[in-house]
Design a binder for this molecule. Sequence first.
Ligand SMILES: *Cc1c(COP(=O)(O)O)cnc(C)c1O
Length: 423
Amino acid sequence: MRRALTAEEIHSIIMANLTSEEIAAMTEEFCAHNYKPLPVALVSGDGVWLWDPEGRKYMDMMSCYSAVSVGHLHPRIVQATFEQMSKIANCSRAYYNEPLAKLGHIFTALCGMESILPMNSGAEAVETAIKLARKWGYTKKHVPDGKAEIIVCSGNFHGRTTTVISFSSEEQYKKNFGPLTPGFRFVPCGDADALESVLTEHKNVVAFLFEPIQGEAGIIVPPAGYLAKVRELCTRHNVLMIADEIQTGFCRTGKMFACQHENAHPDIYIFGKALGGGVMPISAIATSKAIMDVFRPGDHGSTFGGNPLACAVACTAIEIMVNEGLEKNSAELGVYLMERLRALNSPYIKEIRGKGLLIGLELTKASGGARRFCEALAKNGVLSKETHDYVIRFAPPLTITKEEIDWALEKIAYVFENIDRIS
Ligand SMILES: *Cc1c(COP(=O)(O)O)cnc(C)c1O
């Protein structure tokens, strides 16, 4: 067995300036291999820009899967973090705290709901919505005990906890992780008729859980009218419409929330990622008082959920989104970026799709797959990431300017023109 390190040894490791290679090697040596990172190590960031230890500059076209929508280390976020850090960071929900009270006030008004329940990660917020929907089903809809069902979409991504992967349609996410949690039924993504027939046939359904645009599945946009139809069907069948806006929320798709593209107000919203201003893990569900009040003290909770530091940062993240017009910027520059990507005219591009600054570029099978493109893009200063084998995702911070997008487009064009020579 290895001996524990002395305080001096720990200190010297903390103080060392590692090279990119050293960072990668140390990570692979001591940390789980549950990710396959691109060969890039990042040590600092500012707005849309990131730097590695060797001083190479990259544009972030990934935004930490949309968590960094206000850009890296936004000055207002940094200020709010330090201000809160000079008061109190954590006190648990055993007591009241001021930033949580304020976040509740600001956030419910923003999303047209009456009550929020904060957690830490997206998956936890999804779990929270599932528990709430089930208890609502038993106590309000009078579904027989243990029989509640939730409808989900094929190709969904809602996180990585045991219950959430139980209703993934991705084999790898589930295989060898059973026994899985029962109580879920699938419908094809974007198919309102299929949803209607399942709702008509199965009376113990308590909720329909979906992403307004499927993110991890490869930026899958449902047909126009789908969200409005989902709203209508859920109302008619007395089923909770639960929109997972963890990735699509907070201006990512050109509206504050993606459901607003069709004025489809869900019963429960699920948020995460960008809510933390790119610096804190915080997630939440938002709903009506009638639904939220199904939870009684002791039913649910989290040690760090709703902590003052995360809530103070979240309040400021919302302020920035409203103050800087990120909804409009995302809508306008999203159209621009998609147009310019379409104009690339590469034989390797099958489709460009998305809304706002949530854009997927699907490659043809002949392209050799998205990984080599993402590696070549990274070498040329544009950070993206493949989702599945053939889709490259472009989701820069929503604070990006047209000039910055043009900078990235030049590199992207170079990579697409020269891919067979440079990779
Ligand atoms: C990222 C994501 C999640 C999971 O969030 P974590 O914070 O990684 O647990 C859930 N749903 C959607 C739509 C997501 O994009």
